[in-house]
Design a protein around this ligand. Structure first.
Ligand code: FMN
Ligand code: SF4
Ligand code: FES
Length: 565
């Protein structure tokens, strides 16, 4: 029999003079402490700025080393575990262990979400990985909000659209790694055309909040982030809560297939900023936080400049403006997760009630509105509620921006009357189907909204019109599928997205998405098990991600059985 040697440990309380060989906890590296202090400069060491500071470290060092993370935690007076759990939650922070080798200087992210996958993302990924052999980091990433010019890759922070392997390599070779800022209407140009006159009239109390709320309600404007909550009603609810009140602009636009907010922010940012400041004036928000996804670095650069112009003109005299940078987490588009992220934490959705209108940022009543919702505010007030409300088709009210991508000749954002059908979107607004493709089905609302067959191509696309079919329009991201697309693969791509993006907080979503991905890899699906899993996710998940994750899977079982059984 093998001899076992027992090692005796002395009781820590016995004080026999055998002091600790090492100080307790992680040791601070003096050089790293100095570097972090210099990097943060005179910025206030506020806890809610943790994510902003992590970005500073990531940007400067291309990664976040264990020594820097420990130094940052020390500098901010928070436990290392807290800094670690926040940093590792977000995909855009590369947190390294002491033993890890440094990362390659350049990262290429290839979008692997649905439209890009349909347009050849897998080939790009495999060709680039083989070519670079680890010298450049090549990784698969979720939707980059450019699905109309798919496939897309990001070289450093430069986006290559309609990407080919050669074009990506050329950008990498030429050091083309910085974001591009397209032409846009800047502060002076916006003002020259009457911009900010409405806000000035509000700030001068020539209008009343009640009057504006009434106009919004009359116009039928509904939240265009996906939930469709009536905007006037939401403003009224928040205004009725106790002060101090706050506001957040949801510019996270992470739903695969959605790229409308980008279009508006990129082209006419002040129309969004004016709408935002008017809404903030209505609810008397002390501060408004703009939460912008990290996939839009050009917009961030431009917004920093344009917000400075707004501040220089004193237009922020009633409401302070803070621009916050997301870090690659889809779930932070969900409003309560976004609020956690604004507070510098992991983006874990909160249980409701209480709703964010009552208990939002730092526990204060908070108005959350989507970029496009705010984009329409100025026009609606200036042109009248009827101008907007009178434009829908059938029972639908207003204009809508449908992000159309996939198998059509002319993908893009289609600004058309609310309630159009997908057939109209394809034939009248998108140049028809791509040559050689026959219309087979469509996603009416991005990854979450389910999949419908071509035979249901005449349904009006609006909030509430697709519920009876287990689908919804959400952020109005319409992806057109053809006879070249296998519906099992489409649903698998979407489920993989949910698996990657689940925050992991609740078991049905965390485990359900993972198991579903595995089950959906089979040529013939285990219908019974998948149905059980999907039902459990829908019934028992905390937030919309888990609740909707099985929608595409159910749609395939209902409408495209021949592809998976
Ligand atoms: C999983 C999930 C992701 C979401 N992502 C976004 C987003 O990227 N942008 C957005 O504006 N709303 C998003 N929403 C909706 C927001 O929670 C919220 O309803 C919206 O920002 C409110 O603004 P609105 O009333 O102007 O639409 C998401 C919701 C869920 C459940
Ligand atoms: S449903 Fe998924 S994403 Fe939402 S809170 Fe639960 S685990 Fe997180
Ligand atoms: S940019 Fe690739 S799917 Fe949206």
């Amino acid at each position: 029999m093998e001899e076992i040697t027992l090692r005796r440990h002395s009781h820590p309380g016995r004080k026999k003079g055998r002091g600790r060989a090492y100080a307790k906890g992680r040791q601070l590296d003096p050089a790293a402490v100095k570097e972090i202090a210099a990097l943060l400069g005179d910025r206030p060491r506020r806890r809610d700025l943790l994510i902003e500071f992590l970005h500073l470290v990531q940007d400067k060092y291309n990664q976040i080393s264990a020594a820097h993370l420990a130094a940052l935690a020390e500098e901010m007076g928070i436990p290392m575990s807290e800094a670690f759990e926040v940093a590792t939650f977000y995909a855009h922070f590369d947190v390294l262990k002491e033993s890890d080798a440094p990362l390659p200087a350049l990262t290429v992210r290839v979008c692997g979400s649905l439209t890009c996958e349909m347009m050849g993302a897998d080939t790009l990924l495999s060709e680039l990985s083989e070519f670079y052999g680890g010298k450049v980091r090549v990784i698969r990433a979720p939707c980059m909000g450019r699905c109309d010019v798919a496939p897309v890759a990001e070289v450093g922070h430069y986006h290559v659209t309609s990407a080919t392997t050669e074009a990506i390599k050329a950008a990498a070779n030429n050091g083309q790694v910085h974001p591009e800022i397209p032409k846009y209407t800047d502060y002076d140009a916006y003002r020259a055309k009457g911009g900010y006159a409405l806000l000035e009239s509000c700030l001068a109390n020539e209008r009343t909040p009640d009057e504006l709320i009434e106009i919004m309600s009359g116009s039928g404007l509904r939240g265009l982030g996906g939930a469709g909550f009536p905007t006037g009603t939401k403003w009224n609810i928040v205004r009725g809560e106790a002060k101090p009140r706050l506001m957040a602009v949801n510019a996270d636009e992470g739903e695969p297939g959605t790229f409308k907010d980008k279009l508006y922010l990129e082209g006419d940012p002040h129309r969004v900023l004016e709408g935002m400041l008017i809404a903030a004036w209505v609810v008397e928000a002390e501060t408004v936080y703009i939460y912008l996804r990290d996939e839009y670095p050009g917009i961030r650069k431009m917004l920093l400049k344009e917000i400075a112009a707004v501040k220089a003109a004193g237009l922020d005299r009633k409401t302070k403006i803070e621009l916050r940078r997301g870090a690659g987490a889809y779930i932070c588009g969900e409003e309560s997760a976004m609020i956690e992220s604004i507070e510098g934490k992991r983006g874990l959705p909160r249980h409701r009630p209480p709703y964010v209108a009552q208990f939002g940022i730092f526990g204060r009543p908070t108005l959350v509105n989507n970029v496009e919702t705010l984009f329409w505010v100025r026009d609606i007030v200036e042109k009248g509620a009827d101008w907007f409300g009178g434009q829908g088709k059938g029972d639908s009210k207003g204009l809508r921006s449908y992000s159309v991508s996939g198998r059509v000749k002319e993908p893009g954002v289609k600004l058309v009357p609310a309630g159009v059908s997908v057939r109209e979107l394809i034939e009248e607004y998108s140049g028809g189907m791509e040559i050689g493709h026959t219309f087979k089905g469509y996603l009416p609302g991005g990854a979450s909204g389910g999949i419908l067959p071509a035979s249901m191509g005449d349904l009006p696309l609006d909030f509430g019109t697709l519920d009876e079919h287990g689908c919804f329009v959400g952020s109005h991201a319409v992806v057109i599928l053809s006879d070249h697309d296998h519906m099992g693969s489409v649903a698998s791509n979407l489920m993989r997205f949910f698996e990657d993006e689940s925050c992991g907080q609740c078991t049905p979503c965390r485990v359900g998405t993972e198991k579903s991905v595995k089950l959906m890899e089979a040529e013939k699906w285990d219908e019974e098990l998948l149905t059980e899993l999907g039902t459990c996710m829908g019934d028992a998940s905390i937030c919309g991600l888990g609740q909707a994750a099985a929608n595409p899977l159910f749609s395939v079982l209902k409408h495209f059985r021949e592809d998976v059984t």
